[in-house]
Design a protein around this ligand. Structure first.
Ligand SMILES: C[S@@+](CC[C@H](N)C(=O)[O-])C[C@H]1O[C@@H](n2cnc3c(N)ncnc32)[C@H](O)[C@@H]1O
Length: 325
C-alpha cells in the first residue's frame, strides 16, 4: 500500500516550473555551449543570442537543479549534463526532451480536451514532424538496445524463420532478434519517413541482407508474405480499439500455421488506475493523438480472439501478450 499523499506532494506535483526550465535549456541548446569548459552568463548569451538578464535566472535555477555547476561567475556542465545533454555526444537524449517541449502547447489545451473530448491534434509526431520523430527513435533505439536483446532471449524464437515487425521504428527489435537467431530474417514495416532512419541502423548493424524494409501505412497498405512471428511494439496507442482490432486481424492473415503475434505495450490494469506511469501516459496520448488511447491486456486479448488466435497468454503483466494461430 503506498503512503498517503501530503500537501508537500500535491505542491510538488502541481509545480511544473523545473520541467519547463530544463526543456527550455535543452531547446536553446545551452549545455552544448560549455562542452567541458566554464563560461559566464554573458558568454553563453552571446553565443546563443539570448538576453543575459533572463538567461542568468534560468542558469541559476539549472545550478540548483544540478545540471549546471557555478563557481564565482563561471558556469559549467555537471557530469550528467555533459554526458546526456550536449548535442553530438554519443549518449545525447535531448531529442526526447525536445519532443516533450514540442508537445507543451498540446498539454496547455488539456482543459479544453477534457471539456470537449477533442484533442488539439489530428496527427501524431511521426506524421507531423518526421525528423523529430526519427531523432526520438534514435534515442529510444539506444535505450532499447539492451531490452531488445533480453526480449529476443525471453521469447524463445528457435525455429522461426520469418518475422514481421509492424511499426518497427529504428529496427531495434528486428536487429536484436536477428542477432539472437541466426536463421531468422525480418521485415520492418513502417512509414517511409521513419524507414530512412531504420535503413542507417540496419546498415550499421550489417543486417541489410537479413532485414527488409517495407514502407507503408499499416492501416491502408498491405503486408507482404507469410511470417512465423509478428511483433507490434509500442504502436497500439496511436489509434482507437476498433482500428487496432482490424490491425491484429490483418497481421493474423499473414501468419503461418502456429504463427505467433507478440504485442508489447504499456497496458493498464483492469481498474485503469495502475501502473501509475501509464495512467499519466494515457493522458499524454489523449492530448497528443486524435484517436489514440491506452488499453488493457483484456482488450488486446479480445482483438486476438476475434481475429481467430487459438491461444493467448500474458507474457509479462501490463507489458506483453502473445497470441498463437
Ligand atoms: C513508438 S514507435 C515504436 C517503434 C518500435 N516498434 C519500438 O518498439 O521501438 C512507433 C512507430 O510506429 C510507426 N507508425 C506510426 N503510425 C504508423 C502507421 N500508420 N503506419 C506505419 N507505421 C506507423 C512510427 O513511424 C514509429 O516508428
Amino acid at each position: 500500500m503506498s503512503r498517503e499523499l501530503s500537501l508537500a506532494d500535491i505542491f510538488q506535483i502541481g509545480y511544473y516550473w523545473e520541467t519547463k526550465i530544463l526543456l527550455t535549456a535543452v531547446s536553446l541548446d545551452i549545455f552544448s555551449v560549455f562542452q567541458g569548459q566554464s563560461q559566464t552568463v554573458n558568454q553563453v548569451a552571446e553565443q546563443r543570442a539570448l538576453n543575459p538578464r533572463a538567461l542568468e535566472w534560468v542558469m541559476n535555477a539549472l545550478v540548483a537543479m544540478r545540471v549546471l555547476n557555478k563557481s564565482d561567475k563561471e558556469y559549467s556542465n555537471t557530469p550528467v549534463a555533459e554526458k546526456y545533454l550536449v548535442k553530438g555526444a554519443s549518449e545525447y537524449v535531448g531529442h526526447l526532451l525536445l519532443l516533450h517541449d514540442s508537445e507543451w502547447n498540446h498539454w496547455g489545451k488539456l482543459e479544453d480536451t477534457v471539456r470537449t473530448g477533442r484533442s488539439p491534434v489530428s496527427q501524431h509526431v511521426f506524421e507531423t514532424q518526421p525528423e523529430l520523430g526519427a531523432h526520438v527513435l534514435t534515442v529510444l533505439d539506444r535505450i532499447g538496445r539492451g531490452s531488445g536483446v533480453g526480449l529476443a532471449q525471453r521469447l524463445q524464437l528457435q525455429g522461426a524463420k520469418r518475422m514481421l515487425d509492424v511499426g518497427g521504428g529504428a529496427g531495434t527489435n528486428a536487429i536484436a532478434f536477428c542477432r539472437a537467431y541466426p536463421d531468422l530474417t525480418a521485415t520492418v514495416f513502417d512509414l517511409p519517413q521513419t524507414l530512412k532512419v531504420t535503413k542507417t541502423y540496419v546498415e550499421e548493424a550489417g543486417m541489410s541482407g537479413r532485414i527488409t524494409l517495407q514502407p507503408g501505412n499499416f492501416h491502408q497498405d498491405p503486408f507482404e508474405g507469410s511470417y512465423d512471428v509478428a511483433l507490434m511494439s509500442d504502436i497500439l496507442h496511436y489509434q482507437d480499439g476498433r482500428t487496432n482490432a482490424a490491425l491484429v486481424e490483418k497481421v493474423y492473415q499473414h501468419l503461418g500455421h502456429e504463427g505467433r503475434l507478440i504485442i508489447k505495450d504499456r497496458f493498464l490494469d483492469p481498474s485503469r488506475t495502475s501502473p501509475a506511469w501509464t495512467t499519466a501516459f494515457a493522458v499524454h496520448i489523449l492530448v497528443n493523438t486524435e484517436q489514440g488511447q491506452c488499453f488493457t491486456i483484456e482488450e488486446t486479448r479480445q482483438w486476438m480472439e476475434q481475429a481467430g488466435f487459438r491461444t493467448m497468454e500474458e507474457l509479462e503483466p501490463c507489458a506483453m501478450v502473445q497470441g498463437t494461430k
